[in-house]
Design a protein around this ligand. Structure first.
Ligand code: ADP
Length: 215
């Protein structure tokens, strides 16, 4: 099964993807995570994109398309795309890549959320530097506030989760990414989800949507 989680920054794509991957064995393909890993490992690609991520702009299509082609080749079972495709060019590449593997996009999940809610979520978000678990200083704090409840790793704020960069990311979403929504809507099974609801409720809904005919 191939699922695309579509929505603005902070709509909970990563949170949902992690839960669904753990519960149902999806391969979680987050282009943001792939890029951040490259930055952390100081690879050539990482050095090339570091400034772009810190500014909140989109990385060039050719760069992310190449990353996705590689990742899909290595993990071709059930895939959950998080943060990709973000432009029509990326959506077209994805359709071609999946076509070569005789796969289709089964669902596009559109995470619907108001801007005010996004900003508060992103600015308070903290991510475990070791296992990637996501916390929020107000809505889901870790027990100590400093380290991850799951693995003890240090909690960090993403460099692009500051107010100024969040605003830029949202502008990018509106100017470059929102256009893909129509493209995806017209071609694939498109399901809108209220992303302001409790994350647990959302993952339950998504689980029953994907596996409604299975025991
Ligand atoms: P969010 O969806 O919360 O903004 P991501 O982790 O998906 O977070 O993306 C973080 C940054 O990584 C983006 O602001 C952008 O610079 C880059 N990025 C991630 N995915 C893509 C993509 N598909 N196309 C271009 N840039 C991307």
């Amino acid at each position: 099964m191939v699922v695309i989680l579509f929505g603005p920054p902070g709509s909970g794509k990563g949170t949902q993807a992690k839960v669904l991957a753990e519960k149902y064995g999806f391969y979680h393909l987050s282009t943001g995570d792939l890029l951040r890993t490259a930055i952390k490992n100081e690879t050539q690609l990482g050095l090339q994109v570091k400034e772009i991520l810190a500014s909140g702009k989109l990385v060039p299509d050719s760069v992310v398309n190449d990353l996705v082609k590689e990742a899909v080749k290595e993990n071709s079972a059930s895939i959950l795309f998080d943060g990709y495709p973000r432009t029509e060019e990326q959506a077209k590449t994805l359709t071609l890549v999946l076509g070569t593997l005789s796969k289709n996009i089964d669902y596009v999940i559109s995470m619907e959320i108001r801007f005010e809610v996004l900003v508060e979520r992103l600015i308070g978000r903290r991510t475990c530097s070791s296992c990637g678990q996501i916390f929020h200083v107000k809505f889901s704090p870790s027990k100590t506030g400093e380290v991850c409840d799951r693995c003890g790793g240090r909690l960090l704020q993403r460099a692009d989760d500051t107010e100024a960069v969040v605003e830029k990311r949202f502008q990018e979403y509106q100017s470059s990414t929102l256009g893909v929504k129509q493209f995806l809507k017209s071609r694939f099974k498109f399901v809108e989800i209220n992303a302001e609801e409790d994350p647990k409720l959302i993952s339950e809904r998504l689980g029953s949507l994907f596996f409604k005919n299975e025991k």
